[in-house]
Design a protein around this ligand. Structure first.
Ligand code: FAD
Length: 357
């Protein structure tokens, strides 16, 4: 059978792993401060906290990037970026950036990068951040590692971006050695958020967008906020109670919901419960669901598979309820109850109800 011709090398793709001379001028760590309708997504502060460690390891500045209309919310985002340890903020303030649209945001970000040359650029792996990161990386023809779980500076000063691979059974570390900036996205709650220092301030560098409405294909006709008030707010919950296949029947999910209600907690589950249609996908905890960082995580009838562990081990305290003393969840739980979750969950609910009433 005839072999198809080999694909020509992609235009502009780097052929060496050495950093070309002209890219050696790229310096500083940048974090995209995600602002939507006047509110900053907290992942931005988590990334600035992480970015501070990277900037210190490299001996460079930490900078925030704020894109939005000139408004109170934008001023607030700039001020807060300093509180979360940015030395400098690059801001593009333009009415065309009032609603997120890929074209003006990509232009604003790529123009800033081309002019001010950061060596690292980090964005939250949110819906907005994922959309923007991909467009910026392809426009700049640089490397982007998505959904990183760990970021570090390598011996040669490259960014070592670690993320799960092969269905979460392995971790791989990816380097962008021949292009700049080195880009990465990180999901909310994967990195810890530091305490703000309200006394800090810094330098603001303002640039213009240089675009008119006619150049933008996408038009926002209306913004309709999500009306589903039952949507899970797992990522930023203080207490989370979750159930796994150990619950055995869909009606037993109520035992998890009851305990969550008494504790004022959010409730979630392991992936098989979503696959069975027992809970909605927004309640799944783990690698392909939400990453949580509550003060307390109660996991009932969950084995603790690696894909569940990566999304939950950031909790301050983990209480596992499992009938199998050898369940992997006991390897990373702080407290364990070996027994039947169907008996222990209602007993805990009753005990907390009495104590908290
Ligand atoms: P099981 O593994 O069946 O464990 C049930 C546990 O309940 C056992 O430990 C058992 O001892 C215990 N038990 C049984 N009866 C009782 C009882 N009466 N009382 C107390 N304990 C009892 N999983 C996730 O959770 N989140 C993810 O994001 C995720 N992403 C994935 C991505 C990929 C690419 C793949 C391949 C898998 C992913 N998984 C994920 C699935 C994961 O590998 C596990 O299969 C899953 O977490 C197992 O769920 P479970 O612990 O509820 O069920």
């Amino acid at each position: 059978m005839a072999q198809p011709p080999a694909a020509p090398p992609a235009k502009g793709r780097a052929k060496t792993t050495e950093l070309p001379e002209h890219l050696k001028a790229y310096k500083n760590v940048w974090v995209f401060v995600e602002l939507e309708h006047g509110r900053v997504h907290p992942v931005s502060w988590e990334l600035l906290t992480e970015g501070r460690k990277l900037a210190d390891a490299l001996g460079v500045d930490l900078c925030g990037v704020v894109l939005g209309p000139k408004a109170e919310g934008t001023d607030q985002a700039i001020a807060e970026a300093f509180h979360y340890s940015a030395n400098r903020v690059y801001a593009v303030e333009d009415p065309l950036l009032a609603e997120y649209r890929n074209e003006p945001y990509t232009k604003a970000m790529t123009d800033l990068v081309n002019k001010h040359k950061p060596e690292i650029l980090m964005l939250g792996a949110t819906t907005l951040g994922r959309d923007l990161a991909g467009a910026v990386a392809t426009t700049l023809q640089t490397g982007l590692t998505a959904d990183c779980t760990e970021l570090a500076i390598d011996a040669d000063k490259s960014l070592a971006a670690t993320r799960p691979t092969f269905g979460g059974s392995l971790l791989c570390t990816i380097m962008t050695r021949a292009a700049r900036p080195q880009m990465s996205t990180v999901r909310p709650r994967v990195m810890a958020m530091g305490d703000p220092d309200r006394s800090r301030s810094g330098e603001v560098v303002r640039e213009s967008l240089g675009m008119v409405e006619d150049e933008i294909v996408t038009k926002v006709l209306d913004f309709i906020p999500d009306s589903d008030t039952n949507q899970a707010q797992l990522a930023y919950a203080d207490i989370v109670v979750a159930g796994g296949m150990g619950l055995q029947r869909p009606e037993n999910i109520q035992l998890v919901i009851d305990l969550a209600q008494v504790l004022g907690a959010e409730y979630g589950c392991s992936r098989p419960l979503v696959q069975k249609g027992w809970m909605t996908a927004d309640r799944q905890i783990g690698q392909t669901g939400k990453t949580i960082r509550p003060r307390l995580y109660i996991a009932a009838g969950i084995s603790g598979a690696i894909q569940h562990r990566v999304g939950s081990e950031g909790a301050d305290q983990i209480l596992a309820i499992n009938s199998d003393p050898n369940a992997p969840i006991f390897d990373f739980a702080h407290h364990g109850i070996i027994g039947d979750a169907l008996e222990i969950l209602p007993a805990l609910t009753e005990a907390f109800r009495k104590r908290l009433s």
